[in-house]
Write a protein that binds this ligand. Sequence first.
Ligand code: GTP
Length: 320
Amino acid sequence: MAVAILLVGGFGTRLMPLTRNTPKPMLTVAGIPVTEHQLMMAKKAGITQIVLATSYLSDVFTPYFGDGSQWGMSIKYAVEKEPLGTGGAIRNAAQLLDTQESVVILNGDVLSSHDLAEQIRQHEAHDADVTLHLTQVEDARAFGCVPTDAEGRVTAFLEKMDNPVTNQINAGCYVFNPRVINTIPLDTVVSVERETFPQLVSNGAKIYGFLENAYWLDIGTPKALLKASTDIVLRTGPGLAMPGSIIDPSAQLTGGSCVGRGASVGAGAHIDGSIIEAGAVIGSQAIITNSFIAAGAVVDKEAKIASSFVTKGEILPIPQ
Ligand code: GTP
């Protein structure tokens, strides 16, 4: 059975100041950390052995996920003293796996509902070196693109360009043959996207694309993170209050807002299209629109907050 490495060690600079005390993959989407969504996605594909490749704020993961038994999984932690880049992180984390099985790599900031079990099946049927999930986007100019031939083999990894040759992009979920991971140098900063993949293609390795346009979102920017959370909440209702939150009956949650564990929302407050993280306190009659309220932050009564980050010490506009 395949095993997995989750890449969760990046700085998440585009989400500052939310990522000052919380690593990006631990930010919540519909009330639970992005990493937990990914664990459940991996489990659905039959994976039960996971390594979290951590670096920045590595201590935050262990108290939450422990040994993984709560999720019916075995979770280990590989900690890089200095971030090794995506390739270096994979090589470092793979030392804890010691496996002949296929190794699934998940970028820690992508939510995807593609059929991972089928991606693994095709990878093994092709006896491929790497099989990447590809997704099609309307406008590929903001992404590097990944053309494939008639058999689905990747022919190049192209940097961002004004006239992309294809709208297929790397969706951040790879299946590796473990022998390929062993070719990445140990204790060296390596980017799998910019170095390992292009080198493999130019050496004639068997790199396949697995094209599936299921729900897919990279939550690396504030807008995308809010969209991911509100999209998921809106599937079941206008708002979501997590267990242990206290919402005054006269308060309103709309636009897919989510209120995290232990957070409270006062009388008459209106939360629209927003994420309220665990333990935040929202005063009565406050109006919060399209905003993030960080864990433990306090919003005064009658405050009006729109398109902003609110942390314990500051209120900043979300860059548009
Ligand atoms: P930005 O700084 O906002 O670009 O975010 P980021 O630091 O997370 O970088 P990026 O979005 O390119 O990273 C993609 C995924 O790889 C994320 O899930 C990161 O957590 C992870 N990642 C990036 N660099 C490293 C690294 O050096 N080590 C580990 N373990 N993970 C990494």
